[in-house]
Design a protein around this ligand. Structure first.
Ligand SMILES: N[C@@H](CCC(=O)N[C@@H](CS)C(=O)NCC(=O)O)C(=O)O
Length: 363
């Protein structure tokens, strides 16, 4: 990113539409099992740089779960997949500091203690002087001029970034390490052949209107851009709610957990705690406005360590409310909603009254 730009310039200041346009990822190599591949799957060779704050990331899961008012675990797409596929001993990971400041994501210093596992200085040998993720980008490409985004899949052998595109990283983790993992993990397939066209179709609208829709609403710098995007976002949430109502869960496509669950979860888990107020996505919230989505999300969270343990609400809330000073200049983090996620068998009052069957109670 050139030095005359601010990190908070999510919308190009010269862009009269006021609309946020996400940049295209620049590192698009693939780890591949094919003979002669430039990046073959190997135990211990690759590293994931992630942020617990960012829905695009994929942190790791641990067996122990902390569940207090403010801490609930750690999250993200690529990390969820890493855990589901049993790749913990094969691909290492580390987490950047939750604050996104000038110069982009930074690593914690040796003396800093932030919540969550693996929030550590850059652990790669030779990176002792790297204070920011941008140093990893420059190491790979000295002339790099884009944004320094997470996640980054990094090759420790060649000191190159393999990919900074989470949807592609997710697919690599799903299949390309299958020769290195046990049978129980090999059979986990979040992009199964028979559901591919449905997954692709769902990914398309859920990505544009929901995952990116919250950002397009929140980063808009004109009322027109905001209103257009927030209305489209809620229409898409209505569509997802109807979809779930017509499928027998617990997952988006019924009995099989797919990448649609992973991709949608990371946005919906942030919805009530952050997007409702910070990005003005407040036509409804999930807990009182979308009973099916709410139940689907809580099922993933409470029944699967891969989702729960990768959700770190402190990183999530602090990141958005204290990094986006163009939206929240005083950096005050709203306390609620409390709890950040409801237990599986509890509903907010409005839902209990309207849909008694949701909790099994009589009206
Ligand atoms: N296409 C990328 C987008 C990733 C992305 O936008 N990451 C955000 C965090 S959610 C980021 O790192 N932003 C930092 C910046 O733009 O300076 C992906 O899906 O992997």
């Amino acid at each position: 990113m050139s030095s005359d730009k601010n990190i908070t310039d999510w919308v190009n200041p010269g862009d009269k539409s006021g609309e946020f346009k996400r940049q295209v990822s620049s590192f698009r190599h693939w780890i591949s099992r094919e003979n002669g591949a430039q990046f073959p799957p190997e135990k211990g060779r690759y590293h994931l740089y992630v942020s617990y704050a960012c829905p695009w990331v994929r942190p790791e899961l641990s067996s122990k779960t902390t569940n207090s008012k403010l801490i609930v675990g750690k999250a993200c797409r690529t990390l969820i997949t890493r855990h589901l596929k049993g790749l913990e001993d094969i691909i290492s990971y580390s987490v950047v500091h939750w604050h996104l400041g000038e110069g982009g994501w930074r690593f914690v210093t040796k003396d800093e203690k932030e919540p969550g596992e693996n929030v550590i200085p850059d652990p790669i040998a030779g990176h002792e002087d790297f204070t920011h993720l941008r140093h990893v980008y420059f190491e790979s490409e000295p002339e790099y001029s884009g944004r320094y985004t997470v996640p980054v899949l990094y090759d420790k052998k060649t000191n190159k970034i393999v990919s900074n595109e989470s949807s592609e990283i997710l697919r690599m983790l799903n299949t390309e390490f299958n020769d290195l993992i046990g049978e129980e993990y090999r059979k986990v397939d979040v992009y199964p052949e028979h559901l591919r066209s449905k997954i692709d179709e769902a990914d398309e609208w859920t990505y544009d209107l929901i995952n990116n829709g919250v950002y397009k609403s929140g980063f808009a710098t004109t009322a027109e851009a905001y209103e257009k995007n927030v209305l489209a976002l809620f229409e898409a949430l209505d569509r997802a709610e109807e979809h779930l109502a017509s499928h027998n869960g617990p997952y988006f496509f019924g009995k099989e957990l797919t990448e649609v669950d992973i991709r949608l979860f990371v946005t919906l888990i942030r919805f009530d705690p952050v997007y409702v107020q910070h990005f003005k996505c407040n036509i409804r919230d999930i807990r009182s406005g979308y009973p099916k989505l709410h139940l689907w999300m809580r099922n993933l969270y409470w029944q699967h360590g891969a989702f729960r343990d990768t959700t770190q609400f402190e990183h999530i809330k602090w990141h958005y409310t204290r990094s986006h000073t163009q939206i929240n200049p005083k950096s005050i983090t709203p306390v609620g909603p409390l709890p950040h996620i409801l237990p599986l068998d509890e509903e907010v009052r409005a839902v209990k009254t309207a849909v008694p069957a949701a909790t099994g109670e009589k009206a």
